[in-house]
Ligand binder design. Structure first.
Ligand code: MG
Length: 475
């Protein structure tokens, strides 16, 4: 039987108040989970996932290990659905376990992974460090698609956003590997609190330099804290102390079988699923902003009823500001414009559809509009007397005085002009009479009318002949 030595270390880090990571080690089973969710939800998710995973693991095969991960997922999903305070919680889970190979006559190492915690292998013969697992994160997806370089991905502000995690949907895609155990191989399982802070070259150096697994784990945690410790840090190191199998030559492949995210309900691989399910990542969610302290975010956290979590599809485009302009808004705006336009037409008609004879600017005028005006529509002069009436106001007949306050309105222009002509004629006859009486005080109008040299002309806007006739015939 394959035997191990192992060690571990964990720390809350330099920024966060709570450790939402959870790790577990025992002979033949090594697990790291990195929980996410508000309040205590992240801790609950990671602890529950690890506990359930342990319960359901019997070490018989890698497929059985995958089933145990799916059981852990169901437990977290159920807990999140049953308790409002845990809604949206989730967790990564990365594990290495000793299992029997398919023939049942030897050991294999099984690796299972969901999320962005990692499993690394430091090869016994070459001392090269290689990452076994693939991150189920937005940034890693972009990097694989060539949209980000490795350097850009390492510092990308949204590198905490996951595309897969436990606790989000009843169906979870689990990546799994079967590896040959080789004496001297060293495996590292860690949360992102380590590799986001410490470069892989430094991690490899520590793994090569410190033989004791506990010492090496503690040193890696120390380095992560020294680099900032912005997230919880969990490190498990296991050494294959003695293996039954041997590999031929340096660099020999350990990997016997890889299964990328077989769904429980089907056998399609992740890579095949991407084009067919482009929207499965988020069901409308958008990349969350960076959370100070390196909190993990799940791309579809919160939409627990959406499609199966996220087989590494590209990130959804942020919603366009134009999307706020819905058809309802457009209909409302159009209706408003119609009502507003209609109102202007009605007011315009009301304000300009009538004529009246009134006193304005010292003259008797035929005006279009309404006395005093309506809103921004002032009465407009159509015709006007040629003389000033102010100084002989007392001579005006009562009917004419009424023009100041309550003139009759005419809806047709002809009637209005007739009334204007009649009044002008009446006033001028009156003035002529006044001008012939010596006792009458002089006035501009009387003088004008009495002076035969005066030939008045109308100031008329449209009809120049009206008031000249009687003026020129005055004696
Ligand atoms: Mg983390």
């Amino acid at each position: 039987m394959t035997t191990f030595r192992w060690g571990s270390a964990e720390d809350v880090g330099q920024v966060r108040q709570v450790n939402q990571d959870h790790l577990f080690t025992t002979d033949g089973l090594f697990v790291v989970a990195d929980g996410m969710g508000g309040h205590r939800a992240g801790e609950v998710a990671s602890e529950l996932a690890v506990a359930t995973f342990r319960e359901h693991t019997d070490g018989s095969s890698v497929d059985q290990l995958v089933t145990a991960v799916q059981a852990a997922n169901t437990a977290v999903v159920t807990q999140a659905q049953d308790n409002a305070e845990f809604r949206g919680m989730g967790t990564t889970l990365s594990a290495v376990a000793r299992v029997r190979d398919t023939d049942g006559d030897g050991d294999l190492l099984a690796v299972v992974n969901v999320g962005d915690s990692r499993v690394y292998l430091l090869r016994a013969e070459s001392q090269d460090l290689e990452q076994i697992t693939d991150d189920h994160s937005l940034v890693e997806t972009l990097r694989r698609q060539g949209q980000l370089t490795e350097e850009e991905a390492a510092v990308h502000p949204q590198r905490n956003i996951l595309t897969r995690a436990l606790g989000i949907d009843h169906d979870v895609l689990v990546d799994s590997w079967e590896l040959l155990p080789v004496t001297g191989d060293r495996y590292l399982i860690c949360s992102d609190g380590l590799f986001n802070e410490v470069a892989e070259s430094k991690i490899a150096a520590v793994l090569r330099r410190l033989d004791d697994p506990d010492d090496a784990a503690a040193e890696l945690v120390r380095l992560a804290n020294e680099a900032g410790g912005k997230d919880n840090i969990s490190v498990v190191i296991l050494d294959v102390a003695e293996a039954e199998t041997t590999v031929e030559g340096p660099g020999a492949d350990r990997i016997v079988r890889v299964t990328h995210g077989e769904a429980r309900s089907g056998s399609e691989s992740i890579d095949e699923a991407i084009p067919a399910r482009p929207a499965a990542v988020t069901a409308g969610a958008t990349p969350a902003p960076e959370v100070t302290g390196g909190t993990d975010d799940l791309a579809d956290a919160g939409s627990t009823t959406s499609a199966p979590a996220a087989p590494d599809a590209p990130p959804p485009a942020p919603p366009s500001p134009r999307s706020r302009l819905t058809w309802r808004v457009l209909v409302f705006m159009a209706s408003f414009a119609v009502v507003l336009g209609g109102s202007v037409v009605v007011i315009n008609w009301y304000a300009t559809s009538t004529y009246y004879v009134g006193l304005q600017g010292g003259q008797v005028q035929l005006l279009q509009g309404r006395p005093g005006g309506v809103l921004w529509f002032d009465p407009e002069t159509v015709r006007a007397s040629t003389w000033d009436v102010d100084e002989v106001e007392e001579l005006l007949p009562n009917e004419a005085r009424l023009l100041r306050t309550d003139p009759p309105l005419y809806t047709d222009r002809a009637s209005a002009e007739a009334a204007f002509d009649e009044l002008i004629e009446e006033l001028e006859a009156l003035e002529v009479d006044a001008a012939t009486e010596p006792s009458t005080p002089g006035s501009a109008m009387a003088d004008a009318l009495a002076d035969t040299t005066v030939t008045t002309d109308t100031t008329v806007v449209e009809s120049p002949t009206t008031t000249t006739t009687t003026a020129t015939t005055a004696p």
